[in-house]
Design a binder for this molecule. Sequence first.
Ligand code: GDP
Length: 693
Amino acid sequence: MDNLEKLRNIGIIAHIDAGKTTTTERILFLAGKIHRMGNVDDGNTTTDYMTQERERGITIVSAAIAFDWKGYRVNLIDTPGHVDFTAEVERSLRVLDGVIMVVCGVAGVQPQTETVWRQAERYGVPRIISVNKMDRVGANLDNAVQTISEKLGANPAVIQVPIGAEADFRGVCDVISGKAYTWGEETDGTDMVESNIPEDLAETVELVRSNLIEIVAESNEEALGKYIENGTLTSDEIKMYLRRACVAGKLVPVVCASAFKYKGIQPLLSAITDYLPSPLDLPPVEGIHPKTKEVIKRNLNSSDPMSALIFKTVSDTFLGSMSYVRVYSGVLKAGSHVSNSTTGKKERIMRCLHLFADHREDVDQLEAGDIGGILGLKQSHTGNTLHDPSHPISLERMEFPEPVISQTIEPQTRGELDKVIKVLRSYAMEDPTFVIKNDEETGEIIISGMGELHLDIMVSRMKIEHKLDVRTGVPQVSYRETIGKEVTSRGRYIRQTGGKGQYGDVTLRIYPIPDGNLEFSSSVGGDKIPEQYLKDIELGVKDAMMSGKILGYPVVRLGVEVVDGSFHDVDSSSIAYRQAASIAIRDGFSKAEPVLLEPIMSLQVIVPEEYLGDVMAGLNKRRCKVQSMELQGNSQVISALAPLSEMFGYATDLRSATQGRGTHSMEFKKLEVTPPDVRDKVVLAIRGIPWQQ
Ligand code: GDP
């Protein structure tokens, strides 16, 4: 790809059933067909074509597919189908530069659409919207557009007028070019006809066009200047400024289609290339230095040092293990050596591939902005960064939120235990917020994640992808422990019984910090404790933090300063200081007013007005704190902070309280001190005795 300007890295997101799969299929079919039409002489017979079609059925589900459209290269990247807050969603939003949001022409914006929309917004990913299912009874572009502004708070810029409605939906008018595009009744999309705007729609088209010109003019100073000067904007100007506004996230171009009937797909493809950004339109990518943690920026071009993110690892029947990468800067060459910022190891790139719907192509290199497959990696995983060995950078953050919920899991048949563990490990490798552990005491396997839904998804993936049936235990909240006040605590580990002894002596000031896990520092001189032992003291602190004092939950938000100590010329050792530090923390912890912290989720509930009273009462009972309420159409959107421990089974309760019409979504927000009465219950349930320090 020598012209980055003509590259688009995009993904499709949608509420389930809105038509994401169908739209993807149609795009690949039509882009492939056009691409291939130039090659009729190469002997593409119908049967050839059908075999390719069948193959495509398989590749459609792969992580990224490239296709060409009118001189542009488009990489279509698969986005996770669910909306829980996971590393996977975050990663896919990072890899793509623009998004097509498919919404249903009948239902308009649906609740889950909102959640995904907010995520895309948070990552500043430019978006266009395709209002799909225009052929269905009740489909209405104006209504759908209204939900876009009301529910998403977005500024829709409608660029089409539908021709015919519902079963009679025949095509679209492009209000910018002033052309109409129509398809026959029984079409596979290839019979598109371009013509002038039908007379009966001329007035509507004019109205939509002047609306469009106004909002485009308002989106940009320069455009406004031109508009005021000339009283209008030319078609080229509308396109140019709409593109800028879309890239800046100020306006969202809206088109309409019936993916199922193959209508409106080519104009959608043009909207992708016209309005979604090329890598050159985007700011430099930010990463951190894997050692110093300093923030590093790389320009998205081929002259900066190479950096690439592995966003998916798959095993391919023919190729073995293949990694999908996005190259952000520099050039990734086949045959070259690169470093992995997570493992610190070097890897050799054996082959670089471009992956199309129906074939793959070996290429010498993948350049900045490019997406492709690489072969030959031995110890690299999804989420790892590959970089030029002399210019280290880590593109994915190295610290992820700790899981907040866990449950036991076991196979239905004992013989499948190894397979279950293997699959779970592979999931954990890809998603750092999903953790698998073996409980040493009970021998059970425990999975932990970011919410009930997150764990449910992993369990159903095992069933779908590997036909593994498992039993799961009741989900448990992962509490944390911390301290309420500052104390100073001394720990000594001294053994002097003949021969070489052990001598560690350290005094620590321990104090609560507002955030994070551990803040470690030292103010003692080398005359009291030789500097080399400070890292052992830090390790000892971490040992003690792993198994908290109250109930054995991990300790967080702890500040530790080494303030005093002593050493022995002969007997002092790493082990002795590590032990001494652990002792100091454990003793100090009980004097420092230990506190139990619980995960608080940010909750969004959307319910029709008439159920508001019941739903609010339910939230009160679950200790939820309502933050805001907003009327959208005839639904109330409630935002609240919800203690995770109270939210089990909420989906079922909400359904029965609203006759199935309420929806909710939830993600981890923060840790908060557990109120005393709740804390006492938790402690009683686990220890069998009430709270005591
Ligand atoms: P996804 O869940 O978003 O991937 O949605 P699918 O593409 O699987 O579509 C869900 C259902 O809607 C399927 O039964 C499709 O055949 C149907 N569908 C998709 N697009 C259209 C459309 O444009 N018109 C109509 N009438 N049905 C559609």
